[in-house]
Design a protein around this ligand. Sequence first.
Ligand SMILES: Nc1nc2c(c(=O)[nH]1)N[C@H]1C(S)=C(S)[C@@H](COP(=O)(O)OP(=O)(O)OC[C@H]3O[C@@H](n4cnc5c(=O)[nH]c(N)nc54)[C@H](O)[C@@H]3O)O[C@H]1N2
Ligand SMILES: Nc1nc2c(c(=O)[nH]1)N[C@H]1C(S)=C(S)[C@@H](COP(=O)(O)OP(=O)(O)OC[C@H]3O[C@@H](n4cnc5c(=O)[nH]c(N)nc54)[C@H](O)[C@@H]3O)O[C@H]1N2
Ligand code: SF4
Ligand SMILES: [Mo]
Length: 908
Amino acid sequence: MDGSKTRRIDIVDVAHGVSEVASVCCYCGTGCGLRVQTRDGAVLRVRGDEQHPANRGRLCSKGLALADTVRRDGARVLSAQWRETRAQPMRAIALGEALDIVAARLADTIARDGPDAVGFYLSGQLLTEDYAVFNKLARGLVGTNNIDTNSRLCMSSAVSGYKRTLGADAPPACYEDLDLADTVLIAGSNMAYAHPVLFRRLEAARARRPGMKVIVADPRRTDTAAFADLHLPLAAGTDVALFHAMLNVMEREGLLDQGYIQRHTEGFETLMARARKITPRAAQDICGVPAEDIIRAARWFGGAGAALSLYTMGLNQSTSGADKNAALIHLHLATGQIGKPGAGPFSLTGQPNAMGGREAGGMATLLPGHRDPGSAADREETAALWGVHALPQAPGATALEMFDAVLQGRIKVLWIAATNPAQSLPDQARVRAALERAEFVIVQEAFAGTETLAYADLVLPAATWPEKSGTVTNSERRISRVRAAIDPPGDALPDWRLAQAAALRLAARIAPDKAALFAYRDESEVFAEHARTTAGRDLDYSALDYATLDAQGPQQWPYRQGQGTARLYADAVFPTASGRARFCDVDYQQVAEPTTPAYPLRLTTGRLRDHWHTMARTSLAPALTQHVEEPWVSMHPGDMRQLKLEPGALARLASRRGSVVLPVQADDALPSGQVFLPMHWGSAYMAGQGVNALTNPATDPISRQPELKHCAIRAEPAGLAWQAAGWLQGDSAALRARLAPWLRRFEYAVVLPVGAGGVRMRLAARAAPQAAELEAIAGALGLLAPDVAFDDPARGQMRRVRMEQGVLRGFLLAGDLRPQDALLAWAGGGDAPAGVAALLLGRIAGAARSRAICVCNSVSEAAILAGIGRGCDLAALKASLGCGTGCGSCVPEIQALIGRAALAAAPV
Ligand SMILES: Nc1nc2c(c(=O)[nH]1)N[C@H]1C(S)=C(S)[C@@H](COP(=O)(O)OP(=O)(O)OC[C@H]3O[C@@H](n4cnc5c(=O)[nH]c(N)nc54)[C@H](O)[C@@H]3O)O[C@H]1N2
Ligand SMILES: Nc1nc2c(c(=O)[nH]1)N[C@H]1C(S)=C(S)[C@@H](COP(=O)(O)OP(=O)(O)OC[C@H]3O[C@@H](n4cnc5c(=O)[nH]c(N)nc54)[C@H](O)[C@@H]3O)O[C@H]1N2
Ligand code: SF4
Ligand SMILES: [Mo]
């Protein structure tokens, strides 16, 4: 690789050979710039880039821990793998051979069943260059529109919302607007966890401008909601009613901008005729939010000098997601709160390059340059830009439709890249049945052990951050260069290279003249070709190339006359046929699966602060496993009492589609009847099919996005009387692979990476297993020759510890878990107990254990609560304990703890 071309390297410490590469964080759509320090091909450290406009040097806990996730060993997919039949085990093969097999399978399938028997399921975590090559491969060479991404689960409703109202898929605001807004409406977003660096910016803005009002609409009192001046705990799925009622109040109170409505919009009267029926009282009945609070929210929004809204999955992941987006945008159009500093409907993107995917047309419903595959003219333009005769016309399958088509035998070859559908798609039973039914599944993956790899017939080894070079676009339309800091390990190649290599081989078989379509020498040529497809379009960045990005730094599209654009629609001219923005005639619709007596609880799912999706990467960083170590379900304490569920007890949750067993924890931040499950844990970490065993595959009719934020469930005590817990020191990735078989043998089982290194295992069953099985579990944990042991296999009991010079190496507790916390505290680096035997026999109580809240400075929840008990406020806690003084990601949680303590102490 020619380093000067793909790496912007500054030598920071010549004497010690340390160099630094400017790149971008590979997690969320904030798109923070960072600098990767390397020496001798290894990553030493990652720090925030002060030069990058998205974050000005800040990183959150996940970005800061990136160096710990860089692996070059068995935690990665290092070579291609293949199995000729499913009965055989996977075996490593040469990459060239694997690509030949891929090309042959594609060619055969196209010849036998036609191009639409092939499907590509990609990811918002690919770089723009990756999408561009995959898109050309799918539509330009294979000849199918069956190319979609996990952005269908994520941003699809936002795309629909923008296109229906403003005419183009473009977030009109920018990050600076967080500093300038007077009222910020945060709808269905837990920014404190999911976009922490932007949340830091909002905290700072409100500290500077105390008059700023923050409203949060979320069924749960999240840390984001705890920060708000007004929390609207609406029932899941009812946002349209809330926004319509706010519109009503603003109309009645003369807070609308009639001039703006008349000059720059259409459809207002039709919408208003419908919306007027949803009064604050009516909305109170639908949303469960007091009418006075709705009125207050409307006054704050309508009366603001500048009103900004920030929204994410609480709006998008819904069967009315496209309507929720439109209804929120209406508030901005009706008040003229768009196209000016501090204002606008600002959809925060989830994944680092969901935006780039939308620009490159990496979805079934999009073509490059914001074109539409349903339009003959757009197809012709794209074909001409690519130099192909024509593009396929038949509509492509969107994510869930693609898996349905596989299940029905219409799609036979499925190529999956940079996403983990056997964990992240709703209704796992169906998804897994489809993966089994497929004739040939190609999985292009960087990390070992993901749920989807188990279904692969052929695995392609992918390079990943920080080995890849290309571009990404963040939430504020800013394009940044991602630069490779080290070379990929083993046979791994960047995603676009794998797509290119397969395309060249396929072209040789089915259309030799098309080989020239894929003759890119490097990623800058891919970008140049892609950028040309934006010429003359709303997002025009045809004048950008790598040299310009290197010289001028990250740029916001549209990029014209040598300049980026911070805000859109300052002139109030919209990219619609009439030039006017549109009010859409949308009405409130209830969720697809209302509760019933058999399924009386509402389940919602979402994110935790330090985990990323299905955790392939974050599970490798010890610091990130400490905030929340294990999957649980949270419930309102009253619901738990009614269901006879003690805190920590195992509960069985069941929906119409599947069930999971998890420990339950009380959470008074939830309204009664609402249950929350983190989205992160799948069958690679727990028994069963993970959180999405439960969720509903029903989709929005316009955006085709599934309703991951709501389904109806029931809960009951799991009745698993026998339990075991163990821990083993060592490399967590290797140990997880070794212990994974136990996940399939118990109704409740988890195998989890923990803190300083090692894995925890927990198991539960109705009755104690046989002595031989107990011994096998002990063997898996390396406890066949323990240093201390008290066994009573007849009663399902086993207490074993292995240690070396006072350092714990492993333990197993079966039948009696009382010493667990003390042993885990010891495992985590705490002091050895006064007597191991006495501890195991329950004669002494060991040290208590408390999870880490501040992972930068390792401050536990117990220490923080003790500080609050001593009367400390945030500043005093920071000064005395050091918590919250690193990246700041834990500050909202500390503040929420302070708030909760104050509430508990207040006279009733
Ligand atoms: N730490 C971390 N950060 C991430 C990610 C991660 O995995 N981990 N993933 C990234 C990605 S891809 C995404 S898409 C974003 C997602 O970012 P967010 O959307 O902020 O995260 P979620 O937790 O999925 O959902 C947000 C909130 O929606 C609420 N909600 C549920 N139903 C409704 C409803 O009907 N109406 C309203 N108003 N609210 C509702 C939930 O209670 C939840 O608090 O995060 C990005 N950032
Ligand atoms: N219940 C529930 N389910 C959800 C959601 C929810 O809120 N609730 N949210 C949905 C949303 S918004 C999203 S975005 C999805 C995310 O769901 P997924 O996309 O399935 O989640 P990830 O774990 O990010 O999967 C990325 C995969 O790519 C691999 N990988 C990492 N880097 C590279 C690379 O450079 N190249 C390649 N080829 N592979 C790489 C990783 O190891 C990992 O296996 O989940 C969706 N599912
Ligand atoms: S906020 Fe955190 S996860 Fe998101 S881009 Fe910045 S450092 Fe990465
Ligand atoms: Mo997402």
